[in-house]
Design a binder for this molecule. Structure first.
Ligand code: PLP
Length: 281
């Protein structure tokens, strides 16, 4: 005896979705809060078709990282060639790259791409812990930054890359001058807390702007750097906005994500991508 049910669905109504596509080249966080998982969730919220090439695997949860394995550079290259040989992304972002050899193949593949490239260096954590060797700091600066439409270093990465600790606007001007020498076109420095506000220095089209947002005590910051650069990347793929507008949109959406409590473990809670909206209110 077999029960039959017919679902009366409309096979003729075609639903259009935006054609925008974004690619992230990043590491995996299996607990879903950072890395390529955060990027893909963010792209999805924006209505952008997301793609990912994996550079490294972590074993981690909200409490910390317990293991890391790098992909072979050859296999990163294979992933990128498979994607780029078939689909032209409208924007690309890079996150953790893992090794200079991986940075080399990523640079070689991206040198053929003519769309906005957002580079989140992922070299030093927002708490000051080194996430990559000294050789990677030079590798990222020399190989990846020259291809970048925008780089998004935090205060510790900026200090590693330039030797400048950012405590005021004059420090930011000096750091931006030095970062421009790497070949990056535009810069977003996540300077952290200054004067009780969360400070970002944005250099776009020759103008340096200090953008401050209220300081949040929520502590839901796991993956927030990934989310910020992914929102900017996805927004650029959708088009019809300037880079500066995309950055402001990224800061607004990331603020929403950090403000939202998602209790998914006993450690640092993730920035919640599900509250990201495509159209700013
Ligand atoms: N990429 C991966 C794979 C990570 O595991 C992390 C942090 O855990 C990051 C990037 C950077 O995360 P955040 O956005 O918190 O700086």
């Amino acid at each position: 005896m077999v029960e039959h049910i017919e679902l009366d669905l409309d096979a003729n109504a075609i639903v259009d979705v935006p054609a925008a596509t974004s690619l992230t080249i990043a590491g995996s966080d299996p607990s879903g809060g950072a890395g390529l998982q955060a990027d893909l969730k963010t792209f999805q919220q924006l209505g952008v078709y997301g793609m990912s090439a994996v550079t490294l695997l972590t074993a981690q949860n909200t409490r910390g990282v317990t293991g890391i394995e790098l992909c072979s550079p050859k296999f990163v290259e294979k992933q990128l060639q498979a994607i780029l040989g078939d689909i032209s992304p409208d924007s690309v972002k890079t996150g953790a790259l893992g090794s200079v050899e991986i940075a080399d193949v990523v640079a070689a593949e991206l040198s053929r791409v003519r769309v906005p490239i957002v580079v989140d260096p992922v070299l030093v954590s927002k708490h000051g812990d080194l996430l990559a060797g000294e050789d990677m700091i030079a590798g990222c600066r020399d190989k990846i930054f020259p291809l970048a439409t925008l780089i998004t270093p935090n205060r510790f990465e900026t200090e590693k890359l330039t030797g400048v600790a950012i405590n005021n606007d004059v420090d930011a001007e000096r750091a931006v001058d030095l970062l421009l020498q790497t070949g990056a076109s535009a810069i977003l420095i996540k300077a952290g807390e200054l004067d009780g506000r969360s400070i970002h220095y944005v250099f776009v089209d020759g103008i340096l702007t200090r953008v401050s947002t209220p300081r949040l005590e929520s502590g839901n910051t796991h993956g927030s750097g990934c989310v910020l650069s992914a929102v900017i990347t996805g927004r650029l793929a959708l088009g019809s906005c300037s880079l500066f507008e995309a950055i402001q949109f990224g800061l607004t959406q990331t603020f929403r994500a950090i403000k939202t409590n998602t209790i998914v473990g006993g450690g640092i809670q993730p920035a919640e991508t599900r509250v990201i909206v495509r159209d700013a209110d």
